[in-house]
Design a protein around this ligand. Structure first.
Ligand SMILES: O=C(CO)COP(=O)(O)O
Length: 129
């Protein structure tokens, strides 16, 4: 499965901790991330992460393009709901494309944990059909 990992600045440490906790599951998949998030994850875990541009410079849009091409199976996006983002339209567009293409998307760690447990259990095999 192709998994996108994205975190806003005040959620990045949480994303790193999440990736450490679920490294065993994540390492069996192909990981993608926005620029800064991906660097922090790979530095902390050694996981191979394919990095796009930083979010404000177009990284969310690049991940959106992968979704539109049916090349992304799962999106874990730890958003900061208490901080305005300069690239808010890009974020909205990315989440919209998840809905257009029925891509499972978590916008907080609680949902992300449930999705990864489902992934481990094989709940997403339908994505490969
Ligand atoms: O802004 C982001 C997502 O909207 C994340 O981008 P970075 O991972 O480059 O900080």
């Amino acid at each position: 499965m192709n998994i996108a990992l994205i975190a806003h600045d005040r959620k990045k440490q949480q994303m790193v901790n999440f990736c450490i906790a679920y490294q065993k599951i994540l390492e069996a998949h192909t990981l993608y991330a926005t620029g800064t998030t991906g660097k922090k994850i790979s530095d902390a875990t050694g996981l191979k992460v394919n990095r796009f541009l930083s979010g404000p410079l177009g990284g969310d849009q690049q991940i959106g393009a992968k979704i539109a091409e049916n090349s992304m199976d799962l999106v874990l996006f730890f958003r900061d709901p208490l901080m305005a983002q300069p690239h808010e339209p890009d974020i909205t567009a990315l989440l919209r494309l998840c809905d257009v293409h029925n891509i499972p998307v978590a916008t907080n760690i609680a949902t992300a944990e449930i999705l990864l447990k489902g992934l481990e259990r094989g709940d997403f095999h339908w994505r490969t059909i």
